[in-house]
Design a protein around this ligand. Structure first.
Ligand code: CA2
Length: 161
């Protein structure tokens, strides 16, 4: 594997290294421990380790946050702007289908984001088919398992370079 050249590296912001925030909604802390048939066997911690290594190799910094509470996710999105986060990757979990507040916060901070779903929400129950996030997302990845996070990170790094 070749090392990324400087031109392929994520652009540093005036505040330093490009910072990417990975957000996870409710119950995703259980990844790898329950329902492996739907969500796989990989834990959130190992997803983060892999993503952080990839981000670092590309000259960016990864931050991660999981919460089971809608207001906490809104707060995290709001503080992202002040912290100089330049990209967000988010799996809103069940809030994808119910929350207006989190997509409103994403629109308010105007930070580009990619929406990720581990399962194919369109092949599941009808209530999962609509996401309130998708219309303002830069892109949506669903149904590719936890690999979706890596693909989202590739796209984010490319967009930041
Ligand atoms: O497919 C996805 O990534 C979802 O965002 C996951 C949500 C679900 O409500 C969405 O419709 C689709 C559920 C997350 C629950 O995560 C668990 C992980 C392991 C074990 C149990 C739940």
């Amino acid at each position: 594997m070749t090392k990324p050249t400087d031109s392929k590296k994520a652009k540093a912001t005036s505040a330093g290294q490009a910072r990417i925030l990975v957000l996870h909604g409710p119950n995703l802390n259980l990844l790898g421990t329950r329902e492996p048939g739907i969500y796989g066997k990989t834990t959130l911690a190992s997803i983060h380790t892999r993503m952080a290594a990839k981000a670092k190799a590309a000259g960016a910094m990864l931050e991660t946050y999981q919460s089971n509470h809608e207001g906490e996710l809104v707060d995290r999105v709001q503080s992202a702007r002040d912290e100089g986060i330049s990209y967000i990757i988010i799996n809103p979990g069940a809030y994808s289908h119910t929350s207006i507040a989190i997509p409103d916060a994403l629109k308010a901070v105007a930070i580009p984001f990619i929406e990720v779903h581990i399962s194919n929400i369109h092949a599941r129950e009808e209530f999962r088919h609509h996401s309130h996030f998708s219309a303002s997302a830069q892109g949506v990845i669903c149904g590719l398992g936890v690999q979706g996070y890596d693909l989202a990170l590739d796209a984010a790094l490319q967009n930041l370079s």
